[in-house]
Design a protein around this ligand. Sequence first.
Ligand SMILES: Cc1ncc(COP(=O)(O)O)c(C=O)c1O
Length: 449
Amino acid sequence: MSHVRQIINLAKGHPNPSLLPVNHVRAASVTAFSDPEIFTAQSSLLYAPDDGYRPLKENVKAWLSRFYSDSPQIGADRICITGGASQNLACVLQVFSDPTYTRNVWMVAPTYFHASRIFEDNGFYKRLRAVAEDEQGLDVEYLERGLRASDEQAARQASPTSISPSKPPRPYSKIYRHLIYAVPTFSNPSSMTMSRLRREQLVRVARSYDALVITDDVYDQLLWSTDPDASHTGIERAILPRVVDIDRDLEGGPGRKGADGFGNSVSNGSFSKIVGPGCRTGWAEGTPRFAWGLSQCGSSKSGGAPSQLVAAFMAHMLQSGTLQDHISQVLQPAYARRYKILVSAVEKHLIPLGVTLPQNPRQIMGGYFAWLKLPEPLHAPEIAVAAQQDEDLLIAPGSASAVWGDEAAVDLSRNIRLCFSWEDENNLTEGIARLARVIVKRQIANDQE
Ligand SMILES: Cc1ncc(COP(=O)(O)O)c(C=O)c1O
């Protein structure tokens, strides 16, 4: 009888089903449907207010104020409930960009691989620009040079009167000249975290060039200590303020003289990574003027914020504390364990082969991913194909995270993204051992050529 080997999937960036808080969601749904006071006054089966289910806004505000405690209390008027980070990226573009005026989208490279498509869907085909990241985060000097060159080129090419906007002026919105996209904390795919200094530089540059920085802050709560002796008690504070916090506080914030009150950043938060992606619910944070403008997006005006029903469940989970407990008592220890298993296996099986982990382990790590670099002359897409064919192992080559249309700007041909959130914990070490066999085989073949 032939032995069928189990596929090991280190490519998929989803949570393992065992980590979904099914019982807490069920309890929250029962509360939402059974408390007549809530149900009649704030029925989540009705249309929602434009900016979302009010109790959720209040609870998100209280929870984020505590988590990002570096900064003062967050006002509920800074928050707009969304259909999650991806859906909201599209809404941000619909309200705050116009492809006839907004010049480019400057994207961290490697980037979250679905973001390029969302930008292209909104009119930015051929206008995505890759900005590399180093160990401090996005290369802000390169970004600034690019922004300057783009503005100079636009000034040479057209007079402002020749530009015909594709969207009407609206009192609740503004159209930014540039867009910048990044995942500053525990990035997908590189797991990099941008330093505080870089975040400040980024805000200053965005202000100078009328740019909106859109950050997906979806992994911030999934963090743990890499210290082997650290206890697995939860970490309840963020490691760094978000870009949106810095924009609020730095040098007078959006209220400073001459500013228009919209600010230069929006934070995209999501329940996908901390409850489950099926929730399709999240929140955005920006200045009160920005958050309100976002809520006026046509698709939200028509029926109110998305995910009204699930928003009610999320509100109850935050209210009762079950979500906070799930993060600190289940997710953080589970991902810490998974990360440590994977990295130990990488150190044992792959580092001796010349593979490196460009993101050197810091005291605090987080997110879903480890990012590898293969030694010369290996080519990650070939290794990924061989891994699937020869070893039933799925991995994502770095090139899958290239910025569309600007692939050549940053060389990702030797990078691999490994995800430790999906696969069964017991298979992580075996997955790395299989990858090692693929690499050894290819290295031997190369030596013989
Ligand atoms: C950086 C980043 N942004 C957005 C998303 C998707 O978020 P949502 O499910 O809220 O649309 C993901 C999920 O993988 C992600 O890694």
